[in-house]
Design a protein. Structure first.
Length: 89
């Protein structure tokens, strides 16, 4: 998940300093580590109970912890897709 690519689309009301640095930057990063995952958030979804809409980032991650790698190729699958068992004969 990324922030909006246009700096002017990042904030609906108020002011934002340094919006160009946020534009098109990752907002949520999921990194496979060993048998698990590390999920990092660019914002603090639990900050002083003020951003209730972003609580769902944590809820979704916690409730779907066993499916975080869905749609992602496993490291060993890349070589297998190129060759078939018939090619080994």
């Amino acid at each position: 998940m990324r922030f909006a690519s246009d700096e002017k689309s990042l904030l609906i009301s108020g002011k934002l300093a340094g919006g160009i640095e946020l534009a098109n930057a990752p907002a949520v990063v999921d990194v496979p580590v060993g048998q698990g995952h590390v999920v990092m958030f660019a914002n603090n979804p639990m900050w002083r109970h003020q951003t209730q809409g972003s609580f769902f980032l944590i809820f979704n991650t916690a409730l779907n912890y066993d499916h975080l790698g869905a749609g992602r190729d496993r490291p060993g699958d890349q070589g297998r897709a190129a060759t078939s068992p018939a090619d080994n004969n």
